[in-house]
Design a binder for this molecule. Structure first.
Ligand code: GSH
Length: 206
């Protein structure tokens, strides 16, 4: 059976779990990282020399880097749904995956770590304010795309929705002021209707 290493409150682990749930593939998850530790063990180091979660084991295939895992799972287990075989459509999905990880993750991480994982007296609220501005600006780009189609990947949910879709749950539940981006909000509402998303992503922030 497929094995996923990683605590379920990690946004990068959530991407993998969401993908597996959408694909309807059985899996087992091993708590690791954060308070669960285990990343320093020799066994884990053999799976991922970066000592980060998530890690996927599927038979003899061992993978790290959450976006790569999502691409692999979609191609292997969700061909024709999450994974589009058409090169142009596939590239559109890849584009949104890369955009979310390269552009949105840095400001998002500043906001999330300060407000959710840092004691109030140690928070850098100046950095948080600047990051909210950057993140809001970036999200207007996703909002404009979502004005024209229901999902970032196109007419149906695809891998292009998974990285930003995972983080957007936190975005709409963080104690911050957000710009009024109606298409982004409708997309999040569509994601919330999916049992796979509700189970693996839309859990209380921690
Ligand atoms: N680019 C990597 C980032 C992996 C990463 O930074 N994982 C974090 C959790 S989100 C981690 O392992 N942190 C150490 C820990 O949880 O103890 C990916 O997308 O998989």
């Amino acid at each position: 059976m497929i094995r996923v290493w990683g605590r379920d409150n990690s946004n990068n682990v959530k991407k993998v779990l969401w993908c597996l749930e959408e694909a309807g593939v059985p899996y087992e998850r091993i708590d690791a990282g954060g308070a669960f530790g285990k990343l320093d063990t020799p066994e884990f180091g053999r799976l991922n020399p970066n000592r980060k979660i998530p890690v996927l084991e599927d038979g003899g295939t061992v993978l790290w880097e959450s976006n790569s895992i999502v691409r692999y799972l979609a191609a292997r287990y969700a061909s024709g749904s999450l994974h589009d075989g058409d090169p142009a459509k596939r590239a559109q999905a890849d584009q949104w995956m890369d955009w979310a990880s390269i552009n949105f993750v840095p400001p998002f991480t500043t906001i999330f770590w300060n407000l959710i994982r840092t004691a109030p007296e140690k928070r850098d609220m100046v950095a948080v304010a600047a990051a909210i501005e950057t993140a809001s600006q970036l999200l207007t780009i996703a909002d404009a795309t979502l004005a024209d189609r229901p999902f970032l990947s196109g007419e149906a949910l695809g891998i292009g929705d998974i990285p930003l879709g995972t983080l957007i749950h936190a975005w709409f539940n963080l104690p911050i002021e957000r710009p009024d981006l109606v298409h982004l909000r409708s997309w999040y509402d569509r994601l919330l209707e999916r049992p796979a998303y509700a189970k693996s992503v839309a859990i209380p922030l921690s």
